[in-house]
Design a binder for this molecule. Structure first.
Ligand code: NAI
Ligand code: MG
Length: 356
């Protein structure tokens, strides 16, 4: 029996609802396959913890998490705690402290889910966006001087290092190589930004030499939004900076039908630290406690987690079950259905048990 330790951090809003659903599904896989065990330990960190203790997680939180095989994360954000406190107090320290430099976001139109793009259906949009997750525009470099005065100045400096760009490029080429189409699009803005972005292009060309079987091309980020919308079939694997990929992946999520289905993995490819898997969506205050949160994003990211752990069969079985349930029209309201979180979860559990 292969055993894995998973640290669940459901945190805020619908986070606990979708992580509970995901944990149920992991247990079903465990029973169905009978060869892998997922030992889930749940941590009560987040905004309620903050209100009691003044911090989002204990000071030694990273030390506690480090021995786990993976982290399964819900969402952070509460209406009465500022967003920069919740984000910089829990999610970002984990991403940065564990050097999860590859943020990987698969996007696909699931059966039964309708894309807002006319004439685009299942199979026409099947992408993985690789987002640089450790530097770039979100490096936190910059400052403000002369606050409030007419001469106030603020800088927000994007940091690109050869090490940082090379490692994300290599990750993206390797991922593209592992997918059937072996197709990579490198996104920059190297016409207007002539330092960091030109270095991206140069490093992409260098790294491409190591992957002669991968076809690759370059796009400027503005033109990329047009291509994603008009020719989604022409894309497969995509790599972009922290900021560009943040924006493009929200667009990708919307084009695929709903934020409620979009997953993401924050990965340390060198496996020095646990990687973290989470739905892309936030804590969704508007539907918290109503029992209608879409659990599909948390199932899909659990499948990403299983792949990362080397449990490819469990991962594939989970995705087949999710697709069967979606195709049968058992969908939450955000994707046009009337099912509850519990009904979708029960249907996925059934599909795991009944499929061969
Ligand atoms: P949000 O993703 O929480 O919600 C946006 C809209 O999508 C809402 O109408 C919500 O009901 C819907 N939605 C999201 N997930 C859904 C699901 N699983 N099923 C059905 N509908 C779903 O984004 P919003 O409203 O901008 O942010 C709310 C809070 O979440 C804020 O505090 C924000 O900072 C935080 N947030 C946290 C993230 C994280 O933990 N990674 C990511 C994004 C936002
Ligand atoms: Mg975003």
């Amino acid at each position: 029996m292969r055993e894995y330790t998973i640290a669940a951090i459901p945190a805020d809003g619908i986070g606990p609802e979708v992580i509970a659903a995901g944990t149920t599904v992991l247990k079903a896989l465990e029973q169905r396959l009978g060869e892998a065990k997922f030992n889930v330990t749940t941590f009560d960190w987040g905004s309620d913890y903050y209100k009691k203790h003044g911090v989002m997680m204990p000071a030694d939180g990273l030390k506690t998490l480090k021995p786990f095989d993976a982290i399964y994360f819900g969402a952070v954000g509460a209406p009465d705690v500022p967003d920069h406190v919740t984000l910089w107090g829990l999610r970002l320290p984990i991403c940065q402290g564990f050097d999860q430099y590859a943020n990987v976001r698969p996007t696909r139109i699931l059966p039964g889910v309708t894309s807002p793009l006319r004439h685009v259906g299942e199979g026409d949009l099947d992408w993985v966006i690789v987002r640089e997750n450790s530097e770039g525009e979100y490096a936190g470099h910059g400052g403000r001087a002369h606050r409030g005065l007419p001469e106030e100045v603020a800088t927000e400096v994007a940091i690109f290092t050869r090490v940082g760009v090379t490692r994300i490029m290599r990750y993206a080429f390797k991922l593209a190589q592992a997918r059937p189409r072996k197709l990579l699009t490198v996104v920059t803005k190297s016409n207007a930004q002539r330092h960091g972005m030109v270095m991206w292009d140069e490093i992409a060309a260098e790294v491409s030499q190591e992957f002669p079987d991968v076809t690759w091309d370059k796009m400027l980020v503005d033109a990329m939004t047009v291509r994603m919308t008009l020719k989604p079939q022409s894309l497969d694997t995509i790599v972009a900076t922290n900021l560009h990929a943040d924006i493009l992946s929200d667009l990708a999520g919307a084009l695929a039908g709903s934020l409620g289905v979009a997953p993401t993995g924050n990965i340390d490819p060198e496996r020095r630290f646990p990687s973290m898997f989470e739905p892309i969506h936030g804590s969704a205050f508007d539907i918290t406690g109503k029992g209608i949160a879409n659990p599909v994003a948390s199932f899909w990211t659990a499948a990403q987690m299983l792949d990362h752990l080397g449990e490819a069969e469990a991962s594939a079985r989970l995705m087949r079950a999710v697709e069967r349930v979606c195709a049968a029209g058992i969908l939450t309201p955000d994707v046009g259905g009337t099912a509850t979180t519990a009904e979708v979860t029960a249907a996925v559990v059934d599909a795991i048990h009944s499929s061969n």
